[in-house]
Design a protein around this ligand. Structure first.
Ligand code: FNR
Length: 217
């Protein structure tokens, strides 16, 4: 089972990247093969419908779409900006949502956030679920928001709070097990019989129905 992983922050000292690295090591421990990307590889201009029609996706958008298509699941650490999803991440979701088949559709996604605040970015995670689920992704019910993240990490990259660390380990193991179970139905290399895959795809096709002119890749 192949998992794409990235933190949606460009900052060198990103707390979300530190949390992502911890998540990646726990996903590998649970048996996943992980493709770690840098958000900078997916840099894109603001969505422009004219540019989309005339030139298609920018290179960063094509890169994100193809890395997603090659994966069964996504591990995403996303900062909260102003109580909501960061604009750069929403912009990336919007660009990639123009590709057909829809790259987000059927992807199992585990959401994490890290912030120095006592909320840990959880409000942003609730906002991040909305466009991803609208695009047909299977966002894992539990999410992990790391409060006081500037003080939470031990020098070896684990969390000082061992109970919290165990919760994250169990949660990610559960996510990997569920993603493995659904990958044959709707993952990047689904192997279930074609009628079953079609039935799942049609049931998750919301966004395609809303955007009839979106391009096929
Ligand atoms: C923030 N930050 C922030 N934190 C939070 O818990 N709730 C919020 O609403 C916001 N809003 C916000 C807006 C903007 C524009 C910035 C730049 C920052 C603080 C944020 O959590 C902190 O900078 C994190 O360290 C950002 O994540 P990375 O870059 O460290 O991964």
């Amino acid at each position: 089972m192949r998992v794409l992983a990235f933190a949606a922050s460009l900052r060198k000292g990103s707390l979300n990247r530190r949390l992502l690295e911890l998540g990646v090591s726990l996903a590998r421990e649970a048996g996943a093969e992980v493709d770690v990307a840098e958000f900078r590889q997916f840099e894109m201009p603001m969505y422009d419908g004219d540019a989309d029609r005339e030139e298609g996706l920018p290179p960063g958008g094509r890169e994100l779409a193809s890395r997603l298509q090659a994966a069964d699941a996504l591990l995403l650490a996303a900062p909260e900006y102003n109580y909501s999803i960061a604009g750069s991440l929403k912009n990336a979701i919007d660009w990639v949502s123009r590709v057909r088949p829809m790259p987000w559709r059927g992807k199992s996604i585990y959401l994490m956030s890290a912030a120095p605040s006592p909320m840990g970015g959880v409000r942003g995670l609730w906002q991040t679920r909305i466009p991803l689920e609208g695009c047909g992704a299977l966002v894992f019910p539990d999410m992990f928001a790391l409060a006081h993240a500037d003080k939470a990490f031990a020098p070896d990259g684990t969390l000082h709070d061992t109970a919290l660390m165990e919760r994250l380990r169990k949660d990610i193991a559960g996510f990997v097990r569920l993603a493995e179970a659904v990958a044959p139905l709707c993952g990047g290399h689904a192997t279930a019989p074609a009628p079953v895959r079609r039935q799942v795809a049609e049931a998750l096709e919301n966004e395609t129905a809303l955007q009839p002119q979106a391009r096929r890749q």
